[in-house]
Design a protein around this ligand. Structure first.
Ligand code: PAZ
Length: 392
């Protein structure tokens, strides 16, 4: 076993290979920042989700952490909703995303929001417990060729029926498909229509205005390469008058980033074999790049880091230590157990808790509020002050 190495940021980037599509992502970020600067918007980089630490080059096993990217995805949405920020969303691949998070497969499965409706005259005339919209839920077809249901066509294959069209169905949006002998449509269950329509309109608006640029990472090394690249691009990009994004840029670092990693040169090439009994893993420390971000990459951008702890006694001292060591603007502290309903803003001149009622404390019918809404409101106000009170 070789001695663990303490990597500086420079040594890290000199020794860890960059992710394959780095340049492509940075070109896209540059265009995104330029275009939004032209529109007079601020830009925020939101990092979200957990990083992995692979144990092998041909990766079979890796270390991971708990983060699903809930905070990052919700926060990105609230920045967008403010109407003043374009968002670069640097997220763990397959973690929660702004907008689509409301229909995640685990909490709100998309397919359970829909019904299949038979719109044929025969079905329309019958009224039983299955009747929805104009028609009746179709009979389940008999097993085909020994299978319970036919093969499921790929979303990317061309439509089998040329006669597929969107139709209004008693005020309910639906897609109707008419093949030979078919008159069926897919209908959003009426109780889901209002929230889904509102969400869809917001999502389409954000796309139309080009306000969201999403970039995925998986490993801690990919994350750091992308963080450096994106921060530098944000730091250097100027508007038509030659003014840099500078203080109008915000860096909201909510990703759960591993503190340890296995350097490229020390990693096994192939799947680690089990023949030698127990597995002892030695990891080196990931360099702390926040100081370099403040001093070299971000060009005076407003930097918000997050600090997660499980021991309440050390949360504020650790957050304060980070603020003093790295010299950025604010640390948002949170505890694993209570992170969804309380956080603490730690600044140089003091700290302030933000709390919302926990799920269990909400009365029946109590409005579901996300703490991210208040976190973003507070930070936008601080960012205004940092930009000298300017509204952009
Ligand atoms: O992803 P999530 O919503 O479950 O958790 C959010 C969080 C706890 C990862 C985030 O609030 C945070 O504290 N990030 C920084 C973690 C750290 O490196 O200390």
């Amino acid at each position: 076993m070789s001695d663990p190495q303490q990597f500086s940021a420079t040594e890290f980037f000199d020794s860890q290979p960059p992710p394959p599509r780095l340049e492509e992502h940075l070109v896209a970020v540059q265009r995104f920042v330029e275009s939004n600067l032209r529109q007079g918007r601020r830009v925020v980089l939101v990092t979200s989700g957990g990083t992995t630490v692979p144990l092998e080059h041909n990766v079979v096993r890796f270390l991971d952490n708990f983060s699903a990217g809930t905070r990052g995805a919700a926060s990105a949405e609230h920045f967008l909703r403010s109407g003043r920020y374009a968002v670069i969303f640097l997220h763990r691949q397959h973690s929660l995303q702004p907008f689509s998070r409301h229909y995640s497969h685990s909490t709100n499965p998309f397919l359970d929001l829909l019904d299949v409706v038979d719109g044929s005259a025969a079905a329309a005339s019958s009224h039983d417990a299955f009747t929805v919209g104009k028609g009746k839920a179709p009979e389940f077809p008999p097993p085909q060729d020994g299978h319970l249901f036919p093969p499921i066509p790929s979303m990317h294959s061309p439509p089998t029926s040329p006669r597929s069209r969107a139709v209004p169905l008693d005020g309910v949006l639906s897609q109707q498909q008419q093949g030979p002998g078919e008159d069926v449509s897919i209908q959003i269950r009426p109780q889901n229509l209002t929230p889904m329509l509102s969400l869809l309109r917001s999502y389409k608006l954000v796309q139309h205005l080009n306000l969201l640029e999403s970039i995925p990472f998986v490993t801690v090394s990919e994350y750091l390469w992308l963080l450096r690249g994106i921060s530098r691009v944000m730091g250097q990009t100027t508007d038509a008058d030659g003014q840099a994004l500078g203080r109008r840029g915000m860096y909201y670092l909510a990703a759960a980033v591993s503190d340890f990693f296995i350097p490229y040169t020390k990693m096994a090439e192939h799947k680690i074999q089990s023949g030698k009994g127990s597995l002892v893993i030695e990891m080196d420390q990931v360099p702390k790049v926040l100081k370099t971000m403040v001093d070299e990459w971000s060009n005076e951008g407003f930097i918000v880091s997050f600090k997660l702890e499980t021991d309440p006694a050390i949360l504020i001292p650790k957050a304060r230590g980070a603020l003093e060591r790295y010299g950025h603007q604010i640390v948002v502290g949170n505890l694993l157990e209570t992170r969804k309903h309380e956080v603490v803003f730690v600044e140089r001149d003091g700290e302030e808790w933000l709390r919302i009622p926990a799920d269990a404390e909400r009365g029946a019918g109590g409005e579901v509020k996300e703490i991210e809404e208040d976190i973003i409101e507070h930070l936008v106000a601080l960012h205004d002050g940092y930009c000298g009170g300017a509204s952009v």
